[in-house]
Design a protein around this ligand. Structure first.
Ligand SMILES: Cc1cc2nc3c(=O)[nH]c(=O)nc-3n(C[C@H](O)[C@H](O)[C@H](O)COP(=O)(O)OP(=O)(O)OC[C@H]3O[C@@H](n4cnc5c(N)ncnc54)[C@H](O)[C@@H]3O)c2cc1C
Length: 459
C-alpha cells in the first residue's frame, strides 16, 4: 500500500513534479488528447530527465503499480495513461539537438512532432514522422510513424539510429544496430512494450520549403478521383506524397463560406523535390481530374504544412479510431468507402489513406518489428466531434464503416490507428514477427510491467 512516506521519498527523488489526486493541477495533468477517454491515475510523475524515469520505473515496480508511459498523450485509446496506477509522463523532457554535419537529430522522449519540426527546420532538415504537430514523437515512433516523407525517406523507425531506454527493471541501456540489437529491432514498430525511451537519435533529410497543401473535390466526384488516385500513386515519383481523404469542409474560417459543410474527396499533397519542378510534378492532379472546389496547393515551409490541421484539432475532442493496411482499392471497395463517407456523423469525421509505399517497401518485413512492407496505404477511419453526446454515434459510424471495408483490406493495421482491439488483431498485424517480439518481451520485460499499450504478452 502506498503511504505518505513512500510517496514523499519518491517525490524527493525527482527533479520533475509528482502530481497526486489531491493536487490542484491533477485534473489538467490527467487529461488526454482524446476527450472520449477519462482515466484517473493515482500518481503522475512528470519526469525531468532519464534519472527521474529510472526512479519512476523502480517506484512503479516496487509498489506493484499499473504503469503507463505518456509521450504526447495523443494515443487514440488513451494508452498514455491508466486508472489507479502510475503515469510516467515525459512531457517535460523536451530537448532537440540537430547535428547538421552528420544530418542527425537527437530528440528527448517528451517532444512533439512540432518540437522536432521547429528545431530541424532551422537547419534545413526534417525527419519523416506524422502530419499533425501536436502528436508525441515517442508513441508515434515506437508504433512506426508515417507522414508526408514516408514515400521518399521511409517510416520514422526506418530513420531511427539509436534509442536510450529505461528497461522494466529500471536499468538504462542504449539500443542501436550495434548494441542490444534485438531490443532495437523490437522498438521499431513494437510500441511501448519494451521500456521507456528517454531519447531518440534520428537520421534527418534536407527538407525546407515544400510545394504542398489540400485540393478538394465534391464527393460526387469521389469515385473518379479515387480510381485515378489508385493508379497514379504507385507510379508517382517518391518526392510526391498525396494522401487521400473523404471528409467534410469544416464550417469555419479560413474555408470559403460557400463550401462549408460540403462532403468532399480531398488530396493533401507534399512535394519535396526541387521547387522549380513542383508545378510539373503536381500537374496531373490539376489536369487529369474534375474541377476542384478548392485548390490551396503552393509553396510553404515544411513546419507550416505540418501544423495546417492544428487549429481544427484542439485537445479534448471525442475520437474513435479504426485502421487497416490497404494494398488495393477495388471498384467495390471504393463504393463502400463512398457510401459510408456520405453518412459521416460529424464535420470532423474522416477517412484517410496515407501512402506507405516507395521507400517503406525498400525495407524487408523482417528487418524491423513493423511487418507490413507491402501495403500501399495505411487507412484510418476517425469519428471525431467536440460533443461528448455524439460519442456513441462516432463509434457506431466508425465500426460500421470499418466492418464494411475491412474485407477488402489486409489483415493487420497500424498499431497507432487502433482503438481497443482483440489480441488476435495485434498478432495478425505483426505476422511472422510476432513470435520474435514475444521472445524479446520475455527477455526485457518478463512480468509484462509495460502492459498499457497494444500489448505483446511475454507468454
Ligand atoms: C490528430 C492525430 C494525428 C495523427 N497523425 C499521425 C500521423 O500522421 N502519422 C502517424 O504515424 N501517427 C499519427 N497519429 C497516431 C499517433 O502516432 C499515435 O496517437 C501515437 O500513440 C501518439 O504518440 P504519443 O506519444 O502522443 O502518445 P501517448 O498517448 O503519450 O502514448 C501512446 C503509447 O506510446 C507509448 N509511448 C509514448 N512515448 C513513449 C516513450 N518515450 N517510450 C516508450 N513508450 C512510449 C506508450 O506506452 C503508449 O502506449 C496521429 C494521432 C492523432 C491524435
Amino acid at each position: 500500500m502506498l503511504n505518505d512516506a513512500i510517496i514523499g521519498t519518491f517525490k524527493a527523488s525527482l527533479r520533475g513534479e509528482l502530481i497526486q489526486r489531491s493536487d490542484a493541477g491533477y485534473e489538467e495533468a490527467r487529461k488526454l488528447y482524446n476527450g472520449m477517454i477519462d482515466k484517473r491515475p493515482l500518481v503522475i510523475a512528470r519526469c525531468a530527465d532519464a534519472a527521474d524515469v529510472i526512479h519512476a520505473v523502480r517506484f512503479g515496480r516496487e509498489n506493484n503499480l499499473l504503469t503507463a508511459i505518456r509521450g504526447g498523450g495523443h494515443n487514440g485509446p488513451g494508452l498514455g495513461s491508466c486508472n489507479d496506477g502510475l503515469v510516467i509522463d515525459l512531457s517535460l523532457m523536451k530537448g532537440v539537438r540537430v547535428d547538421p554535419a552528420n544530418r542527425t537529430v537527437r530528440v528527448a522522449g517528451g517532444c512533439t512532432q512540432g518540437d522536432v519540426d521547429h528545431a530541424a527546420h532551422a537547419f534545413g532538415l526534417a525527419i519523416p514522422a506524422g502530419v499533425v504537430s501536436t502528436t508525441g514523437i515517442g508513441g508515434l515512433t515506437l508504433g512506426g510513424g508515417h507522414g508526408y516523407l514516408a514515400r521518399r525517406y521511409g517510416l520514422t523507425i526506418d530513420n531511427l539510429l539509436e534509442a536510450d531506454v529505461v528497461l522494466a527493471d529500471g536499468s538504462p541501456v542504449i539500443a542501436s544496430e550495434s548494441q542490444h540489437e534485438d531490443l532495437f529491432w523490437a522498438l521499431r514498430g513494437g510500441g511501448g512494450n519494451f521500456g521507456v525511451v528517454t531519447s531518440f537519435l534520428f537520421k534527418a533529410h534536407p527538407v525546407k520549403t515544400v510545394f504542398a497543401g489540400p485540393i478538394f473535390w465534391d464527393l460526387k466526384d469521389g469515385q473518379r478521383v479515387m480510381k485515378w488516385y489508385r493508379k497514379f500513386l504507385p507510379e508517382a515519383p517518391v518526392e510526391l506524397s498525396p494522401f487521400l481523404g473523404l471528409q467534410t469542409v469544416p464550417s469555419t474560417e479560413p474555408f470559403p463560406k460557400e463550401i462549408w459543410g460540403k462532403k468532399i474527396c480531398a488530396l493533401v499533397t507534399c512535394y519535396t523535390g526541387p521547387l522549380d519542378k513542383a508545378e510539373e510534378a503536381i500537374q496531373p492532379i490539376r489536369r487529369e481530374l474534375p474541377t476542384p472546389i478548392l485548390d490551396w496547393m503552393g509553396p510553404m515551409p515544411f513546419p507550416a504544412l505540418q501544423s495546417l490541421f492544428d487549429p481544427l484539432l484542439p485537445k479534448g475532442l471525442q475520437w474513435y479510431w479504426k485502421g487497416d493496411f490497404v494494398r488495393e482499392l477495388s471498384d467495390e471497395a471504393i463504393d463502400v468507402h463512398l457510401e459510408h463517407a456520405l453518412k459521416a456523423p460529424s464535420e470532423l469525421s474522416l477517412m484517410h489513406l496515407y501512402p506507405i509505399d516507395g521507400a517503406v517497401h525498400r525495407v524487408g518485413p523482417k528487418e524491423t518489428a513493423w511487418n507490413c512492407r507491402n501495403a500501399i496505404w495505411s487507412m484510418v477511419i476517425d469519428g471525431v466531434d467536440p460533443d461528448p453526446a455524439k460519442a456513441q454515434a462516432l463509434k457506431e459510424w466508425g465500426r460500421g464503416y470499418w466492418e464494411a471495408v475491412h474485407p477488402f483490406n489486409l489483415v493487420g493495421a497500424y498499431v497507432n490507428f487502433m482503438m481497443d482491439e482483440a489480441e488476435g488483431r495485434i498478432r495478425s498485424t505483426y505476422g511472422d514477427n510476432y513470435d520474435r517480439l514475444v521472445d524479446i518481451k520475455k527477455k526485457f520485460d518478463p512480468t509484462n510491467f509495460f502492459r498499457v499499450n497494444q500489448n505483446i504478452k511475454p507468454a
